[in-house]
Design a protein around this ligand. Sequence first.
Ligand SMILES: [Zn+2]
Ligand SMILES: [Zn+2]
Length: 187
Amino acid sequence: MNWGLSKKNNISVILFILVLVIGCVFISSCNYSHTSTQPSSKSSRPAQTVCDKEGHKWENATCTRPKTCSVCGITNGVSLGHDFVDNICTRCGDYDKPVYIVEKNQTRSGDYSIFSGSVENFSTRSVEFVKIKLELMDEDKKILDTDWTYAVGSEGLRPGAQARWELMYNDAGFDWKYWRVSVMDYD
Ligand SMILES: [Zn+2]
Ligand SMILES: [Zn+2]
């Protein structure tokens, strides 16, 4: 009986101390958080607090900027990206400089004319599948035949980068006078 009683007392004493300790820790942490968060939320992040109370004031996404809160500057989602038609953005009017041929040569080898040169990507994005078109003309600049080749495939061409192209054309028995190359298409 004594043994059991004293064991009970021990447990209740330990419990009492535990409750005291937990209570002290709770009260002190409570005080700590009250005194520390109040001034910092007032001084360092006023815009965030305004948005917490009144909600963000969203400005629509643009070509180059995501949906953005005009008060606190927080963003949501991604920018729209430009929508180029004929190298002009239909939304913001920015001009997308296209891909140009910056160098061109012609040599002969047997029955073949070999046309070669470089293209450069002057646009602001990477491009793929750059097609070069060759036009062969008579003395009146009438087009007699066309051919094409890829200067760039799926590997793509970064903004500001150049790529070589070459086109072999069998013109045995074909009397053309002028030639012209242009960038036909790209993605
Ligand atoms: Zn906001
Ligand atoms: Zn745009």
